[in-house]
Design a protein around this ligand. Structure first.
Ligand code: G3I
Length: 378
C-alpha cells in the first residue's frame, strides 16, 4: 500500500533539475533518492514520479478545494496539479475587463506551498465555457474581427500569463484545435472563424505566451490522439507545420479520456515518440478510464487497472514524455457523471481513487508501472 505521509521536502526543484538533465540528453537525473525503485515499494505516485523525472498529477476542484479532503489527497499522492476550470478564459473573465483570480490564486498558491508542478489549463479553448460569453458578440460587432481578436488575446495572455510568470511551469496554450474524431480543424471554433488562417491564430497565441513567460513550457492539447488514428494524424500534421514555421511550441498534450475504447500501450508509446522525434515534450494531460469500457468483465476495476498501467508505462517509456495527469482526483467528482453526453451512463468510476478517497487497484498499478519502467531502472 502507498504511504499516506506527506513528502518531507518539496519535490518541484528536484524534478526541474531532473527534467533539465533529460532535456540535455543525460538520463542519470540528479534527484534525491526516495527508495522507490523496487516492485511493490511503499511509495506514492508523486514519489515515483519524482524519482523517474515525471510530473504525476491530478486536477484542482471548485473554490476552497485546497483545504477540503481533495487538497490532502493531492498533496499526499501527487507531485503536480492542473487547474481544472479556474484558468479558463470564460471562468476568469465573466464580464469584459473584470478578471476574477481568487480561485486560480488558490490553486497556484497550493502548488507552490507543496512543492508541486503547476500546470495551467487553458488559455484558449473554443468549446463549452472555454471562451467568455461576451466574446462572440464583441467579435460580431468588430469591423475587423481578426485584428480585434488578436488584441483581446494579447490583453488576456499578458494579464494571465504575466500574473503567474515563473509560477505556472506548463501552459495549455490552445486546447482541442481539431473537430472530434477528425483530422481537420474544428470549423465551429470562434478562433477558426475569426482568423483568415487558423495556423496564424495558433502562432499568435504561442508567441504571446512565450513573450509573457519565456521559461514556461507551452503545450497544444488535444482530446483523442491516443485513441483515434485520424485525430493523431491530423494533430501530427498540424504540429509539424507549427514547428516548421518556428511557432514557439514546446509540447503536445494527449488528454486521454478513454470513453470510446481502451488504448494500446505500444501504439500510445509510438504516438508519443513521434512528437518527441519532432523535438517536442509530451504529456498525458487528462486521463480517466470509465469502467463502462468493461461491461462483461468479472472484475472491471482490475481491467481498469491494466489500462492505467498501460498509459503510465507508455509515457514512462518515452524520454520526452514528462507527465501524466488524471482528470479529477477521485470518482465522486468526475466530470463524466455530470456531462451532457456521458452523464447518462453514470456512474463511470473512472479515476485512481474511489468515492471514499481510497486508492483503487488502478492507483497501485500506476505506481508499479512507473517503478517497472526504464525511468527507475536505468
Ligand atoms: O462555476 C459555475 C458555477 O458558478 C455555476 O453555478 C454552475 C452551474 O452549473 O456552473 C459552474 O461552472 C461549471 C464548471 O464546470 C465548474 O464547475 C460549468 O457549468 C461546467 O460546464 C464546467 O464543466 C467543466 C467542463 O470542462 C467545461 O468547462 C468540467 O468541470 C471540466 O472537468 C471539463 O474539463 C474538460 C477540459 O477542460 C478539456 N478537455 C475535456 C474536459 C472534460 O470535458
Amino acid at each position: 500500500m502507498p504511504t499516506t505521509s506527506a513528502r518531507s521536502q518539496p519535490v518541484y526543484s528536484a524534478l526541474v533539475v531532473a527534467l533539465f538533465l533529460i532535456g540535455v540528453g543525460c538520463s542519470d537525473a540528479d534527484v534525491a533518492p526516495t527508495g522507490c525503485t523496487a516492485e511493490g515499494a511503499d511509495c506514492t505516485l508523486g514519489e515515483v514520479g519524482t524519482e523517474g523525472g515525471l510530473f504525476l498529477g491530478s486536477t484542482s476542484e471548485g473554490a476552497g478545494w485546497t483545504t477540503a479532503p481533495e487538497g490532502e489527497l493531492l498533496r499526499t499522492h501527487f507531485n503536480s496539479v492542473t487547474s481544472q476550470n479556474e484558468l479558463k478564459w470564460g471562468a476568469l473573465v465573466r464580464d469584459r475587463g473584470e478578471y476574477r483570480f481568487t480561485q486560480a490564486d488558490e490553486t497556484v498558491e497550493f502548488a507552490e506551498a507543496n512543492g508541486m508542478r503547476m500546470r495551467g489549463h487553458v488559455l484558449f479553448w473554443h468549446r463549452l465555457n472555454g471562451p467568455p460569453r461576451w466574446l462572440a458578440d464583441e467579435l460580431a460587432a468588430a469591423d475587423d474581427p481578426e485584428a480585434h481578436l488578436r488584441e483581446l488575446m494579447r490583453e488576456h495572455v499578458e494579464t494571465v500569463v504575466g500574473r503567474y510568470r515563473g509560477r505556472i511551469h506548463t501552459w495549455d496554450v490552445v486546447n482541442e484545435p481539431l473537430a472530434l474524431l477528425s483530422d481537420q480543424i474544428d470549423h465551429e471554433s470562434i478562433f477558426f472563424q475569426a482568423f483568415a488562417d487558423y495556423d496564424d491564430f495558433l502562432d499568435h497565441a504561442f508567441r504571446l505566451a512565450r513573450a509573457a513567460d519565456p521559461d514556461a513550457k507551452l503545450f497544444l492539447n488535444e482530446i483523442l490522439p491516443a485513441f483515434s488514428e485520424t485525430t493523431f494524424d491530423g494533430l501530427y500534421r498540424l504540429v509539424q507545420r507549427l514547428v516548421e514555421r518556428g511557432t514557439p511550441i514546446d509540447g503536445v498534450g494527449f488528454q486521454g479520456h478513454f470513453v470510446l475504447g481502451r488504448p494500446d500501450r505500444e501504439t500510445l508509446r509510438q504516438r508519443l515518440q513521434a512528437f518527441a522525434d519532432l523535438g517536442l515534450l509530451t504529456e498525458i494531460t487528462e486521463l480517466d478510464v470509465t469502467i463502462n469500457l468493461f461491461p462483461d468483465a468479472a472484475d472491471p476495476f482490475a481491467e481498469q487497472a491494466e489500462v492505467y498501467a498501460d498509459v503510465y508505462a507508455a509515457c514512462a517509456a518515452v524520454d520526452l514524455c514528462i507527465g501524466v495527469t488524471t482528470w479529477n482526483p477521485h470518482d465522486a467528482t468526475t466530470w463524466l457523471d455530470v456531462d451532457a453526453i456521458f452523464g447518462g451512463q453514470a456512474p463511470h468510476f473512472p479515476t485512481l481513487f474511489d468515492e471514499s478517497l481510497e486508492p483503487k487497484p488502478a492507483y497501485h498499478a500506476a505506481v508499479d508501472a512507473v517503478i517497472a519502467s526504464p525511468r527507475l531502472s536505468r
